[in-house]
Design a protein around this ligand. Structure first.
Ligand code: ADP
Ligand code: MG
Length: 707
């Protein structure tokens, strides 16, 4: 994580520079970089093509010279954490007792005194730091019999021969590389600022600037690089973040409007008798949140503008009942509906639900997935191709099916599908279907508005009544056997348990083998009197489904599995979830796994087995899971810990390629930008802003258009 290195909590987390540039910069200052070819190449490798790029990227942290003391002051101060400036002597290197660890040492001196400087594992410094170099060093000071010794946490070279001489105050630190030092970068940025800053245009119209009391872009950039105080940096970054979010929201909302204008859907009118019958047949009352989501969907379906709605709801929040209601509307209107799930397990489960809830209403269901025999599949495809009113349920197999009259499409766990795949089903010459995207990965609202800002959003933030909170605990290795004894007790009390095996990075085969071995170990060891079975993604689909079905039917006590059970499995009698090496899983994934239990009336438990020494991040994740049960709370923590880029995975990460905004801390700024963008478009748009939005987010919009 980037900001672990930063010496000043609070300052570094502000800028989130991204070196992955795909789109041209807004109103980019296109002056090419000149100078030695090696330097130009080094800058290009950092994503810097023009001098404008140099100033578009804010420092990722600052070295605070205002906190500095003379060496004598530092030694006398008795403080543990000090900042001193001085010149270094020659550097010596020696190994430590711990294997592989190297220590670098030198002396640092100023007019008042001298101390020993120590770095751990920074061997390259021996090559880059010349004796006599002036630097600022910050770290832990120990004063002992052998004198004063400073273990360096961070340092900056103050007089790089090619860099700028830095004065007092906050010294910007940029992401450098082995080819170009931060000192040289600092010099180039300072030069570019001096030369270019007066010509920096500002796309944000003056009325918005006044309303939100924002400085000019020009002044924000200057203060972002050379702030006098940390507060000055804060305001500068916020100004740039606001602009960035405004441009992004403009781009997304404009794309949405164009898409709406391009393609029409069939308005489904208001709900009729079949819908009433469906509601009456549900074995429960909808929760308030479900009802609200359904209301919004009804409103969407009543229009000939195609619905593009994201339905977000925690695991077990009851998205299926809402989705079925939308699908019923398609059939009720004499058309077709389709529900696409990412895995066979999940598709099958939807099929079971549909057989229970929809078939009794006389609705035809057509199940399509890879494991349906070819002949049967062809027959079902023929029914669909004939335009028969029905609801198709399946996996990717649905993508190869032609729907002559598709009115409503539900895509479950939409983040698992590429944008293009989604589009394939939805695209046809005639009217397009209304589309409901569902996800059980609670995405913070800010992230949803950014990554899926072209979709409308419904959130089911309430669980059906009567759910007991799942009790979660972290089980250290020493208590492992106690955990097993306790599982045996639970099973004797009539419950069932899952054991999810450790994640094997990108190797499903090894992972599957590990699960089989673990199942065998448990079945012959600690759980030998119980019926233990194994399920993983490498098994033939039919075998896996049989195991899952046996587990659902209560014929298996303990299901040892890889993460194939992550998505959607619903076995209400399972009340214990054990996760091996839990500290290595992501927060969202752990939350998903935990959501497999707690679906029935019994008290449920989640046991997080943790390795002896989890990383600090792993530890934080486990603690968060013990403390929070709401997926939305956990998602906010995840956003705070990991930043926005990685939350969405590969497919969508480019969509939040934000340079200044931090979605966790900038939530209010984002809402403001969203409102402003919507109002601007309602009031006829703003040519300059829209041009800037095209420049900055053109690639994103192009990707959305292809979809
Ligand atoms: P998810 O949002 O994870 O897809 P499901 O739709 O699978 O959740 O619902 C989880 C469980 O809750 C199911 O067993 C479902 O029948 C039940 N359920 C859904 N809505 C309600 C409700 N309003 N009241 C009671 N139980 C409900
Ligand atoms: Mg579901």
């Amino acid at each position: 994580m980037r900001h672990v290195l930063a010496p000043f909590p609070g300052v570094d987390e502000l800028a989130a520079p991204s070196r992955l540039r795909t789109a041209p910069r807004p109103f980019a200052l296109g002056q090419p970089i000149t100078g030695p070819a090696k330097r130009v190449a080094a800058l290009r490798a950092l994503g810097v093509e023009t001098r404008g790029d140099l100033i578009d990227e804010l420092p990722f942290r600052f070295e605070d010279l205002t906190a500095q003391q003379t060496i004598a002051e530092a030694i006398l101060s008795g403080e543990d954490e000090v900042t001193v400036i001085g010149r270094i002597g020659s550097i010596t290197e020696r190994p430590t007792r711990r294997r592989g660890l190297r220590i670098l040492q030198t002396r640092l001196s100023d007019d008042t005194g001298e101390l020993a400087l120590t770095w751990f594992n920074q061997r390259h410094l021996a090559r880059t730091l010349e004796p006599g170099t002036r630097l600022v060093a910050r770290g832990a000071l120990k004063v002992g019999a052998r004198g004063a010794e400073l273990t360096v946490r961070s340092h900056e070279v103050l007089d790089d021969p090619d860099g700028v001489q830095v004065g007092p105050g906050l010294i910007p630190v940029y992401h450098a590389s082995s080819q170009i030092s931060t000192g040289v970068l600092r010099g180039l940025v300072a030069e570019a600022l001096t030369d270019l800053i007066d010509g920096v245009p500002d796309p944000v119209p003056v009325d918005l600037r006044l309303r939100h009391r924002l400085p000019l872009r020009r002044d924000a950039l200057k203060a972002g690089h050379q702030p006098r105080t940390r507060n000055a940096f804060q305001s500068a970054r916020r100004r740039l973040a606001y602009e960035e979010l405004l441009l992004l929201q403009l781009a997304l909302l404009r794309h949405r409007r164009e898409a709406d204008d391009r393609a029409g859907a069939i308005a489904l009118g208001s709900p009729g008798e079949l819908s009433t019958a469906y509601r009456a047949a549900l074995p429960f009352e909808l929760t308030g949140a479900q009802a609200r989501a359904l209301e919004s969907i009804e409103r969407d379906l009543d229009s000939d503008q195609p619905m593009q709605r994201l339905l977000e709801g925690d695991v077990g929040s009851g998205k299926t009942a809402v989705a079925f209601a939308a699908l019923v509307r398609a059939v009720e209107a004499g058309g077709q509906g389709a529900l696409m799930a990412p895995t066979e397990v999940l598709a099958l489960q939807h099929l079971r639900g549909a057989e229970r809830l929809l078939e009794p209403l006389g609705i035809e269901i057509a199940y399509l997935s890879g494991d349906v025999p070819e002949k049967e599949r062809r027959a079902r495809r023929a029914r669909i191709a004939a335009g028969q009113p029905l609801i198709a349920i399946g996996t990717h197999a649905l993508l190869h099916t032609e729907f002559p009259d598709l009115r409503v499409l539900v895509v479950d766990e939409q983040h698992r599908f590429g944008v293009a795949q989604r589009a394939k089903l939805a695209k046809s010459d005639g009217p397009v279907p209304h589309v409901l995207h569902m996800t059980a990965t609670p995405i913070p609202r800010s992230l949803a508005l950014t990554a899926f800002g072209d979709l409308d959003l419904s959130v089911i933030d309430e669980l059906p009544p009567g759910r007991k909170e799942i009790k979660t605990s972290v089980v250290p290795e020493a208590k492992r056997e106690d955990g097993y004894r306790w599982i045996v007790e639970q099973v004797h009390a009539g419950r069932q348990a899952y054991v999810v095996c450790a994640l094997v990075e990108e190797n499903p085969e090894v992972e599957a083998r590990a699960a089989e071995e673990e199942a065998a170990r448990l079945a012959t060891g600690p759980l030998k009197d119980l019926h233990v079975a194994c399920a993983h993604g490498q098994m033939p689909a039919a075998d896996r489904q049989r195991v899952m079905a046996d587990f659902a039917a209560g014929k298996i006590d303990v299901l040892v599995a890889t993460t194939v059970i992550e998505v959607g499995v619903d076995v209400p009698n399972a009340s214990v979830m054990v996760v091996e090496d839990a500290d290595r899983f992501g927060l969202a994934q752990l939350h998903q796994l935990r959501g497999r239990v707690g679906r029935g009336q019994e008290q449920s438990y989640c046991l997080l087995y943790s390795s002896a020494e989890p990383t600090p991040e792993g530890r934080t994740r486990l603690d968060a899971l013990v403390k929070h049960t709401s997926g939305f709370a956990l998602a906010e923590i995840d956003l705070e810990m990991r930043g926005e880029g990685r939350l969405l995975g590969e497919a969508q990460s480019g969509r939040t390629d934000l340079r200044y905004a931090r979605l966790h801390s900038d939530r209010r700024l984002l809402d403001r930008a969203r409102d402003d963008a919507a109002r601007l478009l309602r009031e006829g748009g703003d040519a300059i802003l829209e041009q800037a939005a095209d420049e900055r987010f053109g690639e994103l919009i192009a990707a959305l258009r292809r979809a």
